[in-house]
Design a protein around this ligand. Structure first.
Ligand code: 9WO
Length: 278
């Protein structure tokens, strides 16, 4: 087997399981584009399980009033627990330990989602996402099955489905092979704390705006230097917190740059002196 084939067969697929009252939302949202292709190629798998299918209520009810009174309805423990059990058992049947899989509850009270978390979660074989709706879920089932509470930002939505999709998208692109080799998730710029440099495609002039000349020069090293400088300028201006991190981890870059500038200055001086001697 060629090295490339060998690499492929070593890759294990990351399996996403989503417990939700709106499975179509999950399938539709992730079935397109890069995540859709990753599913079709077997690099990730996605299973959306309808919590309503597991209710024991004869009217298929999954919610009830909160004890103590107050606004709205809560999702009841029973259907959520039984949906989780069914997913865990199906993971068991595939030869893995379903009850050991992490269960992520999407809630504004959770820990803030970030790139490092996406990278870490991409190393898990199975991830179970629990999407709440209405005013939330009976606390007792959360205590029993949830391992991680995660927030994608400080706002309240109508349900956990969109945050689950955001997380799955960010995690999926960190799985080896999901992005093209040219632009792999593990080697990209945010990994080293910098914002993207500006990018341009054809035509060369659009609305009287020119593509920066350096990008047309064909000088690959100069292009890379320019892109790094652009990233640094943007990061310093828009995200000083990220800039500090990068500067700390890349002190040698500034030393090399200072040396380069010093060499250029001396060369200029030498050339100016030669001119005078003539
Ligand atoms: C709504 C509500 C209305 C009246 C009184 C109390 C209330 N609590 C809620 C509420 O928190 N609803 C949540 C809706 C229940 C769990 C799923 N929902 C949700 C998840 N909204 N926003 C998120 C979320 C998840 C991750 N990151 C950002 C937001």
């Amino acid at each position: 087997m060629s090295d490339r084939r060998q690499e492929r067969s070593d890759r294990r697929c990351t399996s996403f399981h989503v417990l939700t009252l709106f499975p179509e939302m999950i399938r539709q949202g992730l079935g397109e584009s890069i995540t859709g292709r990753a599913i079709a190629r077997g690099l990730i798998s996605l299973e959306a399980v309808n919590i309503r299918d597991y209710t024991l209520d004869k009217h298929k009810k999954v919610d009830d009033y909160p004890y103590g009174g107050g606004a709205g309805m809560l999702m009841q423990a029973q259907p959520v627990y039984d949906a989780w059990r069914a997913v865990a058992e199906s993971i068991d049947r595939q030869g893995r330990r379903g009850s050991a899989a992490r269960v992520i509850y999407l809630t504004p009270q959770g820990a803030a989602f970030c790139q490092d978390m996406a990278r870490e979660l991409a190393g898990e074989e199975d991830l179970i996402f629990l999407c709440g709706h209405y005013e939330g879920i009976d606390e007792r089932v959360l205590e029993e099955i949830v391992t991680d509470q995660v927030s994608i930002g400080d706002y309240v939505l109508t349900g956990g489905e969109l945050p689950a999709m955001v997380m799955i998208d960010a995690i999926a692109r960190m799985v080896p092979g999901v992005l093209s080799n040219a632009r792999s998730g593990e080697t990209e710029s945010f990994g080293n704390h910098l914002l993207e440099y500006p990018q341009y495609s054809r035509p060369e002039i659009w609305h009287e705006r020119r593509v920066p000349q350096i990008l047309l020069s064909g000088n690959h090293q100069k292009v890379e230097e320019w892109r790094l400088e652009q990233s640094l300028e943007r990061t310093g201006r828009l995200r000083p917190d990220l800039y500090e991190k990068w500067a700390e981890e890349n002190q040698e870059y500034f030393i090399r740059k200072a040396k380069r500038q010093e060499r250029a200055r001396r060369k200029m001086l030498r050339n100016a002196q030669k001119e005078q001697q003539k």
